[in-house]
Design a protein around this ligand. Structure first.
Ligand code: ADP
Ligand code: MG
Length: 420
């Protein structure tokens, strides 16, 4: 085992040029090399890709990677190839299927990226059976769980596919999983409970602030001055996105572009590309924006209105400061936000509604707390953080308790006004 990890360090240097593993990467790599299945829960930017790419290089056979978005796969493909890893994708966007299939059969691929909808095709199973599979890697594994925030039914077909190759280890990866989602991912993908590797969630360079919203345009314009550089503003509806983008551009003179699912695909792609390339642009977006975007120098993430859970908040704010430099996560909320969110739950079926309501209540706890925000966040993810962090609004500027009581009163009355 020790020898294996030494070999892994050597391969890490040779392939990626890194001196050492980060966080708990080495545990995941070690388990995988030993043929054990794992669920790695690590924050965005922790380096999850490496935990399957390195074994893929070291083990005999191909690592089959399931990934939910074609854009995400093509990014991964580019960076893997840049490191000299033999990688290919099989997606509807690829024209070179025949070459890729031949390379797989000849055992000439380290990594093969596929979309989850392939999993249910019997021909695909036969094709996979035609060569040696080193490992199944399931990226964004929370998509398999209805409790996760991004359920994709196709992920449910992965278990039967992987069960057809019982000797092949499985590695599921995600950045967001509360206890319930975690348990569900383990069951749905057939990974033993002791395969869970839960890594640190703290993002010490992010300053968490949660404020009451009075004038969002002015409040965000101020934030833009305090945190010059690229920023993401999340708003709840397409209309609010458009409106905010326009007003922010007018009031700051900065480049501010909208992003939401109602824009033409070309506009969306162009705005995203402009943002990724820019050093000072602000993008106003619905939650449709962000998955798989690797922009390290985002200086702030702002929320106008409340996200739907602590997981969603953590994932969205986690797009700030991936380069480790000081960054801000600032939420501007109103008491009515929770009432609106709760009334939306009336349309959700009953089983799910209770879970969603619990999530919203947990988020309300974070919004309302007079204590360290980071501590509340990290406890939510099962960690045992210090009482104070010194880098959130409550630690930096202990709230006036009369005021907190008033906010709590407003919040509670807003929450219960919906009568459910
Ligand atoms: P995740 O999927 O967990 O969000 P990625 O796999 O995209 O993260 O990795 C984030 C960044 O961290 C990448 O630029 C990657 O090259 C870098 N990285 C990963 N592991 C290491 C390491 N051991 N040392 C230094 N950088 C690393
Ligand atoms: Mg990733």
């Amino acid at each position: 085992m020790v020898a294996t990890l030494d070999n892994a360090r050597e391969a890490l240097r040779a392939t990626f040029g890194f001196d050492d593993f980060r966080g708990r990467q080495h545990e995941v790599v070690e388990r995988t090399l030993a043929g054990q299945s794992s669920l790695a829960v690590m924050p965005t930017g922790a380096g999850k890709s490496l935990t399957y790419q390195l074994p893929a290089v070291m083990l005999e056979g191909t690592c089959v990677v399931i990934s939910p978005l074609i854009a995400l796969m093509h990014d991964q493909l580019r960076s893997a190839r840049a490191n000299g890893i033999r990688a290919a994708t099989l997606t509807s966007a690829d024209a070179d299927w025949r070459e890729t299939q031949d390379a797989y059969r000849a055992g000439e691929l380290d990594l093969l990226y596929v979309a989850p909808e392939r999993a249910s095709q019997p021909q695909f199973r036969d094709f996979l059976g035609s060569a040696r599979i080193a490992l199944f890697a399931v990226d964004e594994a929370h998509c398999v769980s209805e409790w996760g925030h991004d359920f994709r039914p196709d992920y449910r077909m992965l278990r039967p596919l992987m069960d057809a190759f019982p000797e092949v280890p499985r590695l599921a990866l995600t950045a967001t999983a509360d206890r319930q989602t975690r348990g569900d991912v383990l069951t749905q993908l057939g990974i033993p409970e002791d395969g869970l590797v839960l890594a640190g969630f703290d993002r010490p360079n992010i300053r968490y602030t949660i404020r009451h919203r009075d004038n969002p345009v002015r409040q965000i314009a101020t934030l833009m001055t305090e945190r010059p550089g690229p920023g993401i503003v999340y708003a709840q509806t397409r209309k609010k996105v458009e409106d905010l983008a326009e007003k922010l551009a007018a009031s700051t003179g900065r480049e501010v572009l909208p992003y939401h699912a109602g824009l033409a695909p070309e506009t969306r792609a162009a705005n995203q590309a402009a943002f990724v390339a820019s050093e000072d642009m602000v993008i106003v977006a619905t939650v449709a924006f962000g998955m798989g975007i690797d922009k390290p120098d985002v200086r702030f993430v702002a929320h106008v209105g409340v996200p739907k859970s602590i997981e969603a908040y953590y994932q969205e704010t986690g797009r700030a400061g991936r380069d480790g430099d000081p960054s801000a996560a600032t939420m501007f909320w109103g008491a009515g936000d929770f009432a609106t969110a709760r009334s939306r739950l009336a349309e959700v079926d009953e089983d799910r509604r209770n879970a969603e309501r619990a999530r919203l209540d947990a988020l309300a706890g974070l919004v309302e707390t007079p204590h360290c925000r980071r501590a509340v966040l990290l406890r939510h993810f099962g960690e045992n953080p210090p009482e104070t962090c010194g880098n959130c609004d409550n630690c930096l500027d202990a709230p006036d308790l009369t005021n907190v009581t008033e906010l709590a009163r407003k919040l509670l009355s807003a929450v219960y006004r919906t009568g459910q």
